[in-house]
Design a protein around this ligand. Structure first.
Ligand SMILES: Cc1cc2nc3c(=O)[nH]c(=O)nc-3n(C[C@H](O)[C@H](O)[C@H](O)COP(=O)(O)O)c2cc1C
Length: 283
């Protein structure tokens, strides 16, 4: 019987975070841990209570959407009951930047009474590849997964050592202003380029787009996502068995790259990175 139990909780819309979570799980099992996995991507899954009392630590995994963890996760995290448990968090990003996600999430974890011991940033296939982009199409690769394994082993060590200090992340420059702007931003009233839509009539009406939507935003009858609630995560596009849900208005890849002053070479040079010490949290 395993002498330690780790909870692994993750959100994944297009399978990148899921594949990193699998690498983390594999390493934990190889080291003799029992792993209690919760995939909290679907809205329904976040309505069920999570119980961490029997775990020695919790590892969270989230993608980065517009510089933060997904909005629906940020709303949900503070509702958890961490009871002072140690945790680690990894963030997958499409090669631009994980930006404010680690710091912002660390504050939410603190609110939920978790103690963050370790963090990591893992690059992966950009979600908008489902709309035709080719950004990091072959990531994560073997090297990325190997760093994920190191992250899992280090998390386990920090969960079991009583003298391990918690990780304090530096507040990124401009963070308070960005958060204030987001809070005061006008609500979208019309469809945005990130809102998927059903494009063709040959739909088997399985309703997966509706039941699996992480934000409860997709209406299988109209074939439209609600711009107010849709988080543009591309989960409906990724999972549609008939391949009729698509994101036709997605910004062209080249426009995205020039908007952010990045090149494919810059993105491809990104490496999976463990943030083990406070001073490594560079922004
Ligand atoms: C709405 C949206 C916003 C995104 N914003 C960022 C970003 O700010 N920086 C970045 O590098 N990648 C960004 N990405 C890419 C994802 O972070 C990346 O592809 C992630 O690994 C997807 O994980 P998943 O498949 O587990 O959902 C964004 C993706 C989406 C859908």
């Amino acid at each position: 019987m395993a002498d330690r139990t780790i909870a692994l909780v993750y959100f994944s819309a297009t399978n990148v975070t899921h594949s990193y979570a699998e690498a983390v799980q594999k390493k934990l099992i190889a080291q003799g841990c029992a792993v209690q996995v919760s995939n909290v991507t679907a809205l329904e899954s976040r309505r069920k209570p999570l119980w961490f009392a029997d775990c020695d630590g919790v590892i969270f995994g989230f993608p980065v959407f517009s510089n933060f963890a997904p909005r629906v996760i940020n709303e949900w995290l503070p509702t958890l009951d961490g009871r002072g448990k140690k945790c680690a968090a990894f963030f997958t990003y499409g090669g631009r930047t994980a930006a404010y996600a680690p710091f912002h999430t660390s504050l939410l974890l603190e609110k939920a009474d978790f103690r963050l011991m370790l963090a990591a940033e893992f690059p992966g296939r950009h979600s908008f590849n489902v709309g035709g982009w080719r950004i990091l199409p072959d990531r994560p690769d073997a090297e990325d997964f190997s760093v994920a394994g190191e992250f899992a082993a280090l998390a386990m060590e920090r969960f079991s050592r009583s003298d391990a200090p918690p990780l304090t992340l530096q507040k990124p420059f401009g963070y308070p202003q960005v958060v204030a702007e987001l809070e005061n931003a006008p609500k979208p009233t019309k469809r945005l380029w990130i809102n998927p839509v059903r494009m063709e009539k040959e739909c088997s009406l399985c309703r997966t787009c509706e039941t699996e939507c992480p934000a409860g935003a997709f209406d299988a009858d109209t074939g439209l996502s609600d711009p107010l609630t849709c988080i543009g995560c591309m989960h409906c596009v990724y999972i549609c068995p008939d391949k009729v849900v698509q994101a036709p208005d997605i910004i062209p890849e080249q426009a995205f790259l020039s908007n952010w002053h990045v090149t494919k070479e810059m993105i491809e040079a990104k490496k999976a990175r463990i943030i083990a010490e406070s001073w490594q949290a560079a922004y």
